[in-house]
Design a protein around this ligand. Structure first.
Ligand code: BMA
Length: 377
């Protein structure tokens, strides 16, 4: 028989182990996601994302390991990323963009080769990280880029004059998604976030360039086309830009049958005061919506567009997201000294970023690696 000391010892050890790791077993068939043929790994990822938010907020960065300020991915820079260089830990969430894949090009609109994106996605998946993909797709009517707002949406919907071309473009996108496989030939689950910031007017799929009904049809038909092409490794995210009013959140919502994860993109283009206000109010709108629709939610894009305040992270972003319940926030890309959204060693706010990461229950790659969801046998 164990002595009461031994029992106490076992209890303490078990509690310590549980506080830094979580393993849940679920039956994948009990998890409902928008794609009824979704792979088991997508369903497990969905559950994992739900579990995440109970442990903290995962930190994400766009193109994190592809390049940063003053360096580019190379064999020498294997898995280098600005956040790790500064803090010693790597992000948990990795954002990528597939703009230009529809054209059959070898690299995306920011000159990142698709082969590099594929390799990084596989590496990150194997390390226990989560990948999310946006798509700055070109305009199928004008052949201009995403910001070319020539009217086009109705022409790519079923029966439209650009439909054949659009189906070809989605086919190219589908081929990339289907190529995301582990060594054991298992498909890698991805959070796909198509047609983001639709309530703004800067993209061709944005408000003013199509009706909310056309937008919803575009989102739904794209998901259907991907599935028709045999893509079943996606969780679909919906992410309007900073809201002009609370009603806007549901105005373009394609419906529970098409969306798995709720998001919102918020930047401080209009100054920090407005940014903080929007973070608080828009995340609350999204959170209430998420409660009704029973979905996880995240700050799908953010970053500092006016890097002038050395205490921005603790004085602004922290105040906007603490206690928010978001699963993650994704900082946009560190492209060059005149276009970056996170921080990097030696940057004005870098020391404050370190403080920020200590103040909040932020989850790094090592942290989320321990949040596991496995299929019950
Ligand atoms: C935008 C900018 C662009 C970039 C695009 C896709 O917000 O960063 O420079 O081409 O995202 O990554």
């Amino acid at each position: 028989m164990k002595s009461s000391f031994q029992i106490l010892y076992i209890f303490i050890i078990t509690t310590l182990l549980c506080s830094c790791a979580s393993l849940t077993y679920v039956n994948p068939s009990s998890i409902g996601v928008s794609d009824i043929k979704a792979s088991n790994s997508s369903k497990l990822l969905y559950q994992r994302i739900k579990n995440l938010s109970k442990e903290g907020i995962a930190i994400g960065h766009q193109d994190a390991t592809a390049y940063g300020i003053g360096w580019k991915n190379s064999p020498k820079n294997n898995f280098k990323n600005d956040i790790e260089e500064l803090t010693g830990f790597s992000p948990a969430i990795y954002g990528w963009d597939l703009g230009d894949i529809e054209l059959g090009k070898n690299q995306n609109l920011d000159s990142v080769p698709f082969s590099l994106i594929r390799n990084e996605i596989i590496k990150i998946h194997n390390k226990g990280g989560i990948n999310t993909i946006s798509w700055h797709i070109n305009n199928p009517e004008s052949k201009g880029n995403s910001w070319d707002t020539t009217a086009v949406v109705s022409s790519i919907l079923k029966g439209g004059k650009n439909r054949v071309l659009y189906e070809k473009w989605v086919g190219n996108l589908a081929d990339f998604f289907k190529s995301l496989k582990t060594e054991n030939n298992e498909s890698i689950p991805i959070v796909f976030r198509p047609f983001h910031e639709m309530n703004g007017g800067w993209f061709w799929w944005g408000a003013q360039h199509c009706t909310p009904e056309e937008y919803k049809a575009l989102y739904r038909e794209t998901s259907q086309l991907l599935q028709k092409n045999g893509v079943h490794n996606l969780l679909y995210a919906y992410s309007p830009n900073m809201l002009n009013n609370p009603e806007e959140y549901q105005k373009f919502y394609p419906g529970d049958d098409y969306v798995d994860i709720l998001g919102v993109d918020i930047y401080n283009f209009g100054g920090d005061e407005q940014y903080l206000k929007s973070l608080k109010s828009d995340i609350t709108v999204m959170k209430d919506f998420a409660k009704i629709h029973q979905k996880p939610y995240a700050l799908t894009e953010t970053g500092n567009t006016h890097p002038e305040n050395p205490k921005w992270w603790t004085e602004v972003l922290q105040k906007g997201i603490e206690d928010s319940g978001i699963s993650w926030f994704l900082l946009w890309r560190n492209a060059r000294p005149s276009h970056y959204f996170a921080t990097y060693p030696g940057e004005l706010s870098s020391e404050n970023f370190i403080e920020f990461t200590k103040n909040l229950e932020l989850l790094s790659l090592d942290d989320i690696k321990k949040i596991k969801v496995k299929a019950a046998q």
